[in-house]
Ligand binder design. Structure first.
Ligand code: IMP
Ligand code: MG
Length: 174
């Protein structure tokens, strides 16, 4: 393989952040029930680690969307590959993503799911690359780390479907 991976955020740093986000969600949703929607495949690790630490009653569901090819640039187009299994009408929903880059994916998904009349929708992302934002209106409610404009892998994030299983976040050096 031609590329090298440099550690940006260690496994311990990531897990500490997951604890903090879960604690905040537990405070915010006290006395309520929560539906968390993980976006496949990138957010699957983060969604599960988060869910394990949520203490309010929680339902998990997953969607799969495509916005990227095998390269590292967003196409701007979002396609639903797999829809939710469960209805969300009247539910308090948090969409969980691995990373917000251009913002196309979450901006589209929030609008798409809002049409189903949930009681509320919030956005949670492990990583945020604000320098890359095209969809400026995307408001993130829970954010792990703000990172510079670098292509990262690990904790679910891939480069050409590789490296999702790395327990840390690494920068791909091409
Ligand atoms: P957006 O629609 O441009 O915000 O892109 C979001 C999606 O692009 C994420 O869910 C990832 O799948 C992918 N993506 C964006 N940046 C990276 C990166 O640095 N590494 C791996 N995947 C990324
Ligand atoms: Mg993704």
């Amino acid at each position: 393989m031609a590329e090298k991976i440099r550690v940006l955020l260690s496994e311990a740093e990531v897990m500490q952040k997951v604890e903090e986000i879960a604690a905040q969600i537990n405070r915010d949703y006290e006395g309520r029930e929560l539906t968390i929607i993980g976006i496949l495949k990138g957010a699957v690790f983060f969604t599960c680690e988060l869910a394990k630490r949520i203490t309010v009653p929680v339902t998990m569901d997953f969607m799969s969307v495509s916005s990227y090819g095998s390269g590292t640039e967003s196409s701007g187009k979002v396609k639903i590959i797999k829809d939710l299994d469960l209805p969300i009408e009247g539910k308090d929903v948090i969409i969980v993503e691995d990373i917000i880059d251009s913002g196309f994916t979450l901006s589209y998904l929030k609008g798409f799911l809002a049409q189903r009349n949930p009681n509320s929708i919030r956005l949670c992302t492990l990583l945020n690359k604000p320098e890359r934002r095209v969809k400026k209106e995307v408001a993130v409610d829970y954010e792990g780390f703000c990172i510079p404009d670098q292509f990262v892998v690990g904790c679910g994030l891939d480069y050409d479907q590789k490296y999702r299983n790395l327990p840390y976040i690494g920068v791909v050096e091409f």
